[in-house]
Design a protein around this ligand. Structure first.
Ligand SMILES: [Zn+2]
Length: 461
């Protein structure tokens, strides 16, 4: 197959760059003690703790007034930039450098991303030890970086996501690559969310030390939190844990129906995957968080958490996204090399292909042609070999072309042969990093089919 260099829009690249960012949260947090929040009505903390000793964001959810008051504390050591970026609709009320008020409350520049998305850039004053930025604002669904990154603060549901630049991003952003670097660099950050009584905050990160204090709910990520992993859902959630997952529902009616359908689909998926691609006893359960329709389902898959629009619970067919996220938990090979990971082949191509197999098993063979069509829809762009997807940031093609390749390989060598070799491959490379050379070698040797080598060269390169 002749492959030519493809062109991807920044938007498409971004959509999938964001899917890179993953997280699993085993907990959600009931806040019964938010009444003693140290943030007063103007969002200003008591003066005695201005000399912060750690980098910490404190979101005070003023849900009644549909806004958020934020105190952002950063240590000098955690900042590597002379500017910071913030949501264009937020108002900075105070900046303290080493505890001393500084007269910078207006943005000095407007940055444009993806052609027209505006973010405000502020200059950072000189400081030695720490800086505190106090700001507030409302989120009305219009200030997300992309159209699918919707956010809001309302009594029914509130959502804080990094795509709205709801916390300062200390980086100079001139290109898309700058943005990816800024949002994927892990650092030390604690997050406190103060909530009204009876509200719950669900956060994406797994490695959190949760505790309810008089300050609210604290999530500490111990140096492992990347800015792009920040997503906090706030509502009066009901959380139910079952054998197959931890489900947080917004709905007050039909929760049992939704739960039993989701349980059934996840159990079926587990059984099918165990049978065909290796048995897994999963350490982490899938975390499923219901969000309102139109807010845009997404997952931070390496943390095994997915935020799904309500209508995913309406039918088995709608649950394909849950099937996908569940498969990620147990049946992906490990990668270490940056470009191999960015190709998204060993996670997304395999997962999309497995998702296809599971959905056929659930819905019947009749749906196979329709499901396959999704793989053949390749945005109408030309291709590079799969091995180069990462280098060109074309990892999004693994969802379609990568999955199609695995499907065609299975047709070539016979599905039982394919399943059996894939099972041992995933077992071998579940904890040991794989790359494309190892993949080609393993499948060539193990499939023992005369046309495989050429076939792999044609697709993988
Ligand atoms: Zn995925």
């Amino acid at each position: 197959m002749q492959r030519r260099v493809l062109r991807c829009s920044l938007f498409v690249v971004l959509c999938f760059a964001l899917v890179l960012l993953y997280g699993c949260n085993q907990n959600d947090y009931k806040n019964d003690e938010a009444k003693d929040s140290p943030i007063n009505k103007t969002g200003v903390k008591d003066q005695e703790d201005t000399n912060t000793t750690k980098t910490q964001l404190h979101f005070n959810m003023d849900i009644e007034n549909e806004k958020v008051d934020v105190v952002a504390d950063y240590l000098r050591a955690d900042i590597n930039s002379s500017v910071f970026l913030l949501n264009r609709d937020f108002t900075v009320t105070e900046i303290l450098a080493d505890g001393v008020p500084i007269d910078i409350k207006e943005a000095t520049k407007t940055i444009l991303l993806l052609d027209s998305y505006e973010i405000k850039q502020y200059d950072l004053p000189v400081f030695e030890n720490n800086i505190r930025i106090i700001y507030n604002g409302s989120l009305n669904g219009s200030s997300g970086l992309t159209s699918y990154a919707t956010e809001q603060i309302t009594p029914e549901f509130s959502f804080l996501r990094w795509e709205t630049f709801c916390h300062p991003l200390f980086a100079k952003i001139e290109t898309f690559e700058d943005l990816v670097a800024a949002i994927t660099t892990p650092y030390n950050l604690s997050i406190i969310v103060s909530l009204p009584v009876d509200y719950t905050a669900i956060f994406t990160h797994s490695n959190v030390q949760d505790h309810s204090t008089e300050n609210g709910i604290t999530f500490s990520a111990d140096g492992e939190l990347a800015y792009g992993e920040i997503a906090i859902a706030v509502a009066q959630y009901t959380t139910i844990e079952t054998e197959s997952g931890i489900f947080s529902f917004l709905r007050t009616t039909n929760a049992n129906d939704a739960l039993s359908l989701a349980n059934e689909v996840i159990s079926h998926t587990h059984e099918y995957m165990n049978k065909h691609f290796g048995e897994r006893v999963l350490e982490n359960k899938l975390r499923v968080v219901e969000i309102p329709v139109d807010l845009g389902s997404f997952a931070i898959t390496h943390k095994h958490i997915t935020f799904v629009e309500s209508n995913i619970f309406n039918s088995v067919t709608n649950m394909t996204g849950l099937v996908h996220e569940f498969i990620h938990i147990g049946w992906n090979a490990k990668t270490e090399d940056f470009f191999v990971q960015r190709s998204r082949f060993f996670d997304e191509a395999f997962t999309s292909y497995f998702e296809y197999r599971v959905m056929i098993d659930i819905l019947g063979n009749d749906v196979a042609p329709e499901l396959l069509k999704r793989f053949e829809n390749t945005y109408g762009i030309d291709l590079v070999p799969i091995r180069d997807f990462g280098r060109y940031e074309y990892g999004d093609l693994s969802y379609t072309i990568g999955a199609l390749f695995l499907h065609e390989l299975s047709e070539l060598v016979g599905i039982d042969n394919f399943d059996s070799v894939t099972t041992t491959f995933l077992e071998k490379y579940q904890y040991t990093a794989v790359d494309f050379d190892l993949f080609n070698k393993y499948y060539t040797e193990m499939l023992m089919h005369p046309d495989v080598e050429e076939f792999l060269f044609k697709w993988i390169g």
